[in-house]
Design a protein around this ligand. Structure first.
Ligand code: KIV
Ligand code: NA
Length: 266
């Protein structure tokens, strides 16, 4: 199998083949996703919630993203690896800082692209980053780094005005050169419209089946993260129960003296 690149994703859109993306934050998970043949691994700043235990993504640092992305890129041989730019590493009004931070993430982590949340307000820094040779993935709709402005994790783009703005943002991002666009928690009809209007691929999460691809947070779809489950998540496994029961079996075996056995000793 060949390494997936931004060009592979573009070709998939043209061929009307669906794109698959999952998140990973560590080496073994990246290896399994790679072995399954998923197109893209996103080292998302959802890291903050599903791995580090924060209530939102705001506390995640560039150092956190680099640390976890390094583990992922060691395991992802064929999969395209995209890393989130964390809160306050861009969109600060300093375009040079954005490019420097994106450059540091690329150099130190081994990722092949970065993702930034936002529309027209980040177009200048998206362009500057792309001009530095760094592919950028866009992200519109429910952009979790803006949760405090949204007043919670709520579906976006529901009014006619909001829908028009989102479509305009999508067009501007495409114009700026993003290679793909994540659409999170927006009405399925709006996501389909954006997908038809753009020549770059859209990747949806809670955005219906009309997108060119789909993404889920791995901890959600495996049922490892149980604090809450958004409506758009399909649970492909309920690993938390299995893991807890494995832990209990181990505890039981140790306590009753059946672990370790002779064959498990030296
Ligand atoms: O951080 C993340 O996992 C994401 C996806 C939900 C798109 O940004
Ligand atoms: Na994210």
């Amino acid at each position: 199998k060949e390494k997936v690149t931004t060009k592979t994703l573009q070709a998939k859109k043209v061929a009307k083949e669906k794109i698959t993306m999952l998140t990973a934050y560590d080496y073994p998970t990246a290896k399994m996703i790679d072995e399954a043949g998923i197109d893209v691994i996103l080292v998302g700043d959802s890291l903050g919630m599903v791995v580090l235990g924060y209530d939102d993504t705001l506390a995640v640092t560039i150092g956190d993203m680099i640390h976890h992305t390094k583990a992922v890129t060691r395991g992802a041989t064929d999969t395209l690896v995209v890393t989130d730019m964390p809160f306050m590493s861009y969109k600060t009004g300093k375009i040079n800082l954005t490019v420097q931070n994106a450059g540091r993430i690329m150099k130190e982590s081994g990722a092949q692209a970065v993702k930034m949340e936002g529309g027209s307000e980040i177009v200048a820094e998206v362009e500057a980053t792309i001009n530095a040779g760094i592919p950028v993935m866009g992200h519109l709709g429910l952009t979790p780094q803006s949760v405090n402005q949204f007043g919670g994790f709520k579906v976006q783009g529901k009014t006619e005005k909001a829908a028009q703005e989102l479509l305009e943002d999508a067009r501007e991002l495409e114009e700026a050169g993003v290679f793909a666009l994540v659409l999170e928690c927006i009405p399925a009809r709006l996501a389909s419209l954006v997908t038809e209007e753009l020549t770059i691929p859209t990747i949806g999460i809670g955005a219906g089946k009309g997108c060119d691809g789909q993404v889920l947070v791995t901890q959600d779809m495996l049922g490892i993260f149980g604090d809450f489950t958004p409506k758009f998540v399909r649970k492909y496994a309920k690993l938390n129960q299995r893991i807890i029961s494995a832990f209990k079996d181990y505890q039981n075996d140790v306590e009753e003296g059946s672990f370790p056995r002779k064959e498990e000793s030296f």
